[in-house]
Ligand binder design. Sequence first.
Ligand code: AMP
Length: 197
Amino acid sequence: MPEDIDTICVFCASSQQSDQVYRDHARKLGKLLARKRYEVIYGGGRIGSMGALAEGVLQQSGKITGIIPRFMEDLEVHHEGITRTIWVDSMRQRKQLMLDKSDAIIGLPGGSGTLEELMETITLKRLGQYLNPIVMINTRGAFNPLQDLFERCISERFMEKRHREMWKFVDTPEDALKAVEDAPPWSENARSFAALK
Ligand code: AMP
């Protein structure tokens, strides 16, 4: 694994009702990350793709930390078997900590929670405030509309072609690890072309 990447944060769905393939990809990703000795950070849930990711990591005796807001304790959705749980006060604090404590982001398809996490991270990267790899696994083509939307943002001149280098879409968990390892460098200078003037 690259010397500077030890910990990878995964954003993924809480849903249990989505197609099984989403949980299969999450479990596979968890196993691969653990086998390669990456530490995993995630939202701390035990349901849906999040739960499957955690099971995959734990099956391979890997390390996984959940960062979860206190109000979710009442929802009884946190995973009690993970390596460590960090309780925080708000969704915002959670996201900040997830980014601060990891060296790369991998996103699997999900709902508004996953999309929000990915969009904020991409926005921070565009402004040079987040410099690490961002990789999205396009399971079942679920990210096709997002890919199209980014292309539309570029063709409408809301974003630059070089902003495409901020993220990478891949088809499988295996490809995601390779994409993280091969991600092009990004610098704080990105701020200078964040806005199209
Ligand atoms: P969604 O894709 O809308 O299900 O949201 C999932 C993302 O939002 C995860 O990456 C979590 O960080 C966060 N999240 C949403 N719901 C939960 C939950 N019930 N337990 C833990 N994290 C959650």
